[in-house]
Design a binder for this molecule. Structure first.
Ligand code: SAM
Length: 248
Protein backbone atom coordinates (compact mmCIF):
# COMPACT_ATOMS: atom_id res chain seq x y z
CA UNK A 1 0.00 0.00 0.00
CA UNK A 2 1.26 3.52 -0.81
CA UNK A 3 2.37 5.59 2.17
CA UNK A 4 0.97 8.70 0.52
CA UNK A 5 -2.48 10.22 0.37
CA UNK A 6 -4.16 13.01 -1.53
CA UNK A 7 -4.09 16.56 -0.37
CA UNK A 8 -6.09 18.14 -3.16
CA UNK A 9 -4.15 17.20 -6.32
CA UNK A 10 -0.87 16.77 -4.40
CA UNK A 11 0.34 13.57 -2.77
CA UNK A 12 1.66 13.86 0.76
CA UNK A 13 2.58 11.37 3.52
CA UNK A 14 -0.47 10.18 5.50
CA UNK A 15 1.16 11.57 8.64
CA UNK A 16 1.04 15.15 7.29
CA UNK A 17 -2.56 15.38 6.10
CA UNK A 18 -4.30 16.05 9.42
CA UNK A 19 -2.02 19.01 10.23
CA UNK A 20 -2.33 20.47 6.72
CA UNK A 21 -6.15 20.26 6.95
CA UNK A 22 -6.08 21.69 10.49
CA UNK A 23 -4.08 24.68 9.35
CA UNK A 24 -6.60 25.38 6.57
CA UNK A 25 -9.58 25.40 8.93
CA UNK A 26 -7.68 27.51 11.49
CA UNK A 27 -7.10 30.10 8.76
CA UNK A 28 -10.63 30.18 7.37
CA UNK A 29 -12.69 29.73 10.58
CA UNK A 30 -13.57 33.40 11.09
CA UNK A 31 -14.86 33.84 7.51
CA UNK A 32 -16.15 30.30 7.03
CA UNK A 33 -19.90 31.04 7.08
CA UNK A 34 -19.61 34.08 4.83
CA UNK A 35 -17.50 32.13 2.32
CA UNK A 36 -20.03 29.29 2.27
CA UNK A 37 -22.81 31.70 1.34
CA UNK A 38 -20.73 33.45 -1.30
CA UNK A 39 -19.28 30.33 -2.93
CA UNK A 40 -22.56 28.43 -3.12
CA UNK A 41 -24.85 31.47 -3.66
CA UNK A 42 -26.54 30.41 -0.44
CA UNK A 43 -27.33 26.95 -1.83
CA UNK A 44 -25.55 25.18 1.06
CA UNK A 45 -28.49 26.25 3.23
CA UNK A 46 -30.92 24.33 1.00
CA UNK A 47 -28.64 21.26 0.96
CA UNK A 48 -28.49 21.29 4.76
CA UNK A 49 -32.22 21.93 5.06
CA UNK A 50 -32.86 18.85 2.91
CA UNK A 51 -30.44 16.81 5.04
CA UNK A 52 -32.30 17.77 8.21
CA UNK A 53 -35.62 16.91 6.57
CA UNK A 54 -34.31 13.38 5.85
CA UNK A 55 -32.88 12.83 9.33
CA UNK A 56 -35.94 11.41 11.06
CA UNK A 57 -34.68 13.17 14.20
CA UNK A 58 -37.39 13.91 16.73
CA UNK A 59 -38.02 14.96 20.33
CA UNK A 60 -35.77 13.14 22.80
CA UNK A 61 -33.20 11.89 20.27
CA UNK A 62 -29.43 12.00 20.80
CA UNK A 63 -27.64 13.28 17.72
CA UNK A 64 -23.95 13.57 16.86
CA UNK A 65 -22.78 16.11 14.25
CA UNK A 66 -19.27 14.96 13.27
CA UNK A 67 -16.93 17.59 11.74
CA UNK A 68 -19.78 19.93 12.60
CA UNK A 69 -17.68 23.10 12.35
CA UNK A 70 -19.73 26.25 12.86
CA UNK A 71 -22.81 24.18 13.65
CA UNK A 72 -25.33 24.62 10.82
CA UNK A 73 -26.67 21.06 11.11
CA UNK A 74 -26.37 21.04 14.91
CA UNK A 75 -28.63 24.06 15.04
CA UNK A 76 -31.29 22.29 12.99
CA UNK A 77 -31.00 19.15 15.13
CA UNK A 78 -31.31 21.18 18.33
CA UNK A 79 -34.63 22.58 17.12
CA UNK A 80 -35.86 19.01 16.57
CA UNK A 81 -34.64 17.17 19.68
CA UNK A 82 -36.35 19.52 22.16
CA UNK A 83 -35.53 19.73 25.86
CA UNK A 84 -35.39 15.98 26.36
CA UNK A 85 -32.87 15.30 23.59
CA UNK A 86 -29.23 16.19 23.14
CA UNK A 87 -26.94 17.26 20.31
CA UNK A 88 -23.18 16.79 20.35
CA UNK A 89 -21.26 19.08 18.03
CA UNK A 90 -17.82 17.60 17.47
CA UNK A 91 -14.92 18.76 15.34
CA UNK A 92 -11.17 18.15 15.31
CA UNK A 93 -10.39 21.84 14.99
CA UNK A 94 -10.49 24.08 18.06
CA UNK A 95 -11.15 27.28 16.05
CA UNK A 96 -14.09 25.84 14.10
CA UNK A 97 -15.54 24.32 17.26
CA UNK A 98 -15.19 27.64 19.07
CA UNK A 99 -17.16 29.39 16.30
CA UNK A 100 -19.81 26.68 16.53
CA UNK A 101 -20.02 26.99 20.31
CA UNK A 102 -20.38 30.80 20.20
CA UNK A 103 -23.05 30.57 17.54
CA UNK A 104 -25.22 27.96 19.27
CA UNK A 105 -24.88 29.60 22.68
CA UNK A 106 -25.82 32.99 21.16
CA UNK A 107 -28.95 31.39 19.73
CA UNK A 108 -29.94 30.37 23.26
CA UNK A 109 -29.05 26.67 23.17
CA UNK A 110 -27.31 26.15 26.47
CA UNK A 111 -28.38 22.97 28.18
CA UNK A 112 -28.92 20.17 25.69
CA UNK A 113 -25.80 20.70 23.60
CA UNK A 114 -22.22 19.50 24.13
CA UNK A 115 -19.07 20.48 22.28
CA UNK A 116 -16.39 17.84 21.87
CA UNK A 117 -13.07 18.22 20.11
CA UNK A 118 -12.56 14.90 18.39
CA UNK A 119 -11.11 13.21 15.35
CA UNK A 120 -13.79 11.53 13.24
CA UNK A 121 -11.45 8.53 12.93
CA UNK A 122 -11.56 7.81 16.66
CA UNK A 123 -14.76 9.21 18.15
CA UNK A 124 -14.57 9.33 21.96
CA UNK A 125 -18.10 8.04 22.57
CA UNK A 126 -19.59 4.76 23.78
CA UNK A 127 -20.86 2.16 21.37
CA UNK A 128 -24.45 2.72 20.22
CA UNK A 129 -24.89 6.15 21.85
CA UNK A 130 -26.69 8.05 19.08
CA UNK A 131 -30.00 7.84 17.23
CA UNK A 132 -28.56 9.81 14.34
CA UNK A 133 -25.04 10.79 13.23
CA UNK A 134 -24.23 13.33 10.50
CA UNK A 135 -21.10 14.47 8.73
CA UNK A 136 -21.48 17.39 6.33
CA UNK A 137 -18.62 18.43 4.03
CA UNK A 138 -16.26 16.78 6.49
CA UNK A 139 -15.37 13.30 5.21
CA UNK A 140 -13.39 14.73 2.28
CA UNK A 141 -10.92 16.20 4.74
CA UNK A 142 -10.38 13.08 6.83
CA UNK A 143 -7.14 11.17 6.25
CA UNK A 144 -8.48 7.61 6.68
CA UNK A 145 -12.09 7.78 5.49
CA UNK A 146 -12.74 4.07 6.16
CA UNK A 147 -11.75 4.52 9.81
CA UNK A 148 -14.11 7.48 10.17
CA UNK A 149 -17.01 5.50 8.67
CA UNK A 150 -16.32 2.58 11.04
CA UNK A 151 -16.09 4.92 14.00
CA UNK A 152 -19.44 6.52 13.09
CA UNK A 153 -21.03 3.10 12.65
CA UNK A 154 -19.84 2.04 16.10
CA UNK A 155 -21.42 4.98 17.94
CA UNK A 156 -24.77 4.69 16.13
CA UNK A 157 -27.58 2.80 17.89
CA UNK A 158 -29.09 -0.20 16.15
CA UNK A 159 -31.93 1.35 14.11
CA UNK A 160 -30.00 4.63 13.93
CA UNK A 161 -29.52 6.68 10.77
CA UNK A 162 -26.34 8.08 9.25
CA UNK A 163 -26.39 11.19 7.02
CA UNK A 164 -23.39 11.96 4.85
CA UNK A 165 -23.58 15.25 2.94
CA UNK A 166 -20.66 15.91 0.63
CA UNK A 167 -19.64 17.34 -2.72
CA UNK A 168 -20.01 14.69 -5.38
CA UNK A 169 -19.98 14.12 -9.13
CA UNK A 170 -22.35 16.19 -11.32
CA UNK A 171 -24.57 13.95 -13.40
CA UNK A 172 -24.66 16.05 -16.59
CA UNK A 173 -21.40 16.66 -18.44
CA UNK A 174 -22.25 20.27 -19.39
CA UNK A 175 -22.94 20.98 -15.69
CA UNK A 176 -19.64 19.36 -14.73
CA UNK A 177 -17.73 21.59 -17.20
CA UNK A 178 -19.51 24.73 -16.06
CA UNK A 179 -18.98 23.85 -12.42
CA UNK A 180 -15.29 23.07 -13.03
CA UNK A 181 -14.77 26.42 -14.70
CA UNK A 182 -16.55 28.25 -11.92
CA UNK A 183 -14.79 26.45 -9.09
CA UNK A 184 -11.24 26.63 -10.42
CA UNK A 185 -11.40 30.23 -11.60
CA UNK A 186 -13.71 31.90 -9.06
CA UNK A 187 -13.41 30.10 -5.70
CA UNK A 188 -9.64 30.52 -5.09
CA UNK A 189 -10.00 34.22 -6.03
CA UNK A 190 -12.88 34.62 -3.58
CA UNK A 191 -10.70 32.97 -0.92
CA UNK A 192 -7.91 35.43 -1.65
CA UNK A 193 -10.27 38.39 -1.55
CA UNK A 194 -12.29 37.51 1.56
CA UNK A 195 -9.83 35.44 3.64
CA UNK A 196 -6.51 36.61 2.14
CA UNK A 197 -5.94 32.91 1.59
CA UNK A 198 -6.02 31.58 -1.95
CA UNK A 199 -4.25 28.29 -1.14
CA UNK A 200 -6.93 27.01 1.24
CA UNK A 201 -9.64 27.49 -1.34
CA UNK A 202 -7.48 25.97 -4.07
CA UNK A 203 -7.28 22.91 -1.75
CA UNK A 204 -11.08 23.00 -1.37
CA UNK A 205 -11.76 22.74 -5.10
CA UNK A 206 -9.06 20.13 -5.66
CA UNK A 207 -10.25 18.01 -2.73
CA UNK A 208 -13.77 18.01 -4.18
CA UNK A 209 -12.44 16.54 -7.45
CA UNK A 210 -10.50 13.84 -5.60
CA UNK A 211 -13.44 12.73 -3.45
CA UNK A 212 -15.11 9.39 -4.29
CA UNK A 213 -18.18 9.58 -6.54
CA UNK A 214 -21.68 8.56 -5.45
CA UNK A 215 -21.43 4.81 -6.04
CA UNK A 216 -17.88 4.47 -4.67
CA UNK A 217 -18.96 6.21 -1.49
CA UNK A 218 -22.00 3.94 -1.21
CA UNK A 219 -19.65 0.92 -1.39
CA UNK A 220 -17.40 2.41 1.27
CA UNK A 221 -20.40 2.89 3.57
CA UNK A 222 -21.48 -0.70 3.01
CA UNK A 223 -17.95 -1.90 3.74
CA UNK A 224 -18.16 -0.09 7.09
CA UNK A 225 -21.35 -2.01 7.91
CA UNK A 226 -24.13 0.40 6.92
CA UNK A 227 -27.26 -1.11 5.43
CA UNK A 228 -29.95 0.16 3.10
CA UNK A 229 -27.51 2.75 1.75
CA UNK A 230 -28.81 5.16 -0.86
CA UNK A 231 -28.05 8.63 -2.12
CA UNK A 232 -29.96 11.64 -3.31
CA UNK A 233 -28.29 14.03 -5.77
CA UNK A 234 -28.66 17.72 -5.00
CA UNK A 235 -28.09 20.51 -7.55
CA UNK A 236 -27.49 17.92 -10.28
CA UNK A 237 -25.01 15.89 -8.24
CA UNK A 238 -22.73 18.80 -7.32
CA UNK A 239 -23.61 17.57 -3.84
CA UNK A 240 -25.08 14.24 -2.72
CA UNK A 241 -26.72 13.17 0.50
CA UNK A 242 -25.92 9.53 1.28
CA UNK A 243 -27.94 7.84 3.98
CA UNK A 244 -27.46 4.48 5.66
CA UNK A 245 -28.64 2.59 8.73
CA UNK A 246 -27.16 0.45 11.43
CA UNK A 247 -29.58 -2.44 11.95
CA UNK A 248 -27.75 -4.88 14.19
N1 SAM B 1 -20.13 20.50 8.88
C1 SAM B 1 -19.86 21.91 8.73
C2 SAM B 1 -20.64 22.49 7.61
O1 SAM B 1 -21.25 21.72 6.87
O2 SAM B 1 -20.66 23.72 7.44
C3 SAM B 1 -18.36 22.17 8.57
C4 SAM B 1 -17.74 21.59 7.33
S1 SAM B 1 -16.07 22.15 7.04
C5 SAM B 1 -15.97 22.18 5.29
C6 SAM B 1 -15.14 20.71 7.41
C7 SAM B 1 -14.91 20.49 8.88
O3 SAM B 1 -14.29 19.22 9.04
C8 SAM B 1 -13.97 21.50 9.52
O4 SAM B 1 -14.61 22.11 10.61
C9 SAM B 1 -12.78 20.67 9.97
O5 SAM B 1 -12.15 21.12 11.13
C10 SAM B 1 -13.42 19.31 10.15
N2 SAM B 1 -12.49 18.17 10.10
C11 SAM B 1 -11.47 17.97 9.25
N3 SAM B 1 -10.85 16.80 9.51
C12 SAM B 1 -11.51 16.24 10.56
C13 SAM B 1 -11.37 15.04 11.31
N4 SAM B 1 -10.40 14.16 11.01
N5 SAM B 1 -12.22 14.81 12.31
C14 SAM B 1 -13.19 15.69 12.63
N6 SAM B 1 -13.38 16.85 11.96
C15 SAM B 1 -12.56 17.13 10.94
Amino acid sequence: MSDKTHFGFSEIPFSEKAERVASIFRNVASKYDLMNDLMSFGLHRAWKHFTLSQSGVREGHRVLDVAGGTGDLSLGFLKRVGDTGQVVLSDINEKMLQRGRERLLNKGFLTNVRFVQADAEALPFHDAEFDCVSIAFGLRNVTHKEKALQSIYRVLKPGGKFLLLEFSKPVLSFLEKLYDKYSFSVIPRLGEWICKDRASYQYLVESIRMHPDQSTLKNMMEQAGFENVSWHNLSGGIVALHTGFRYA
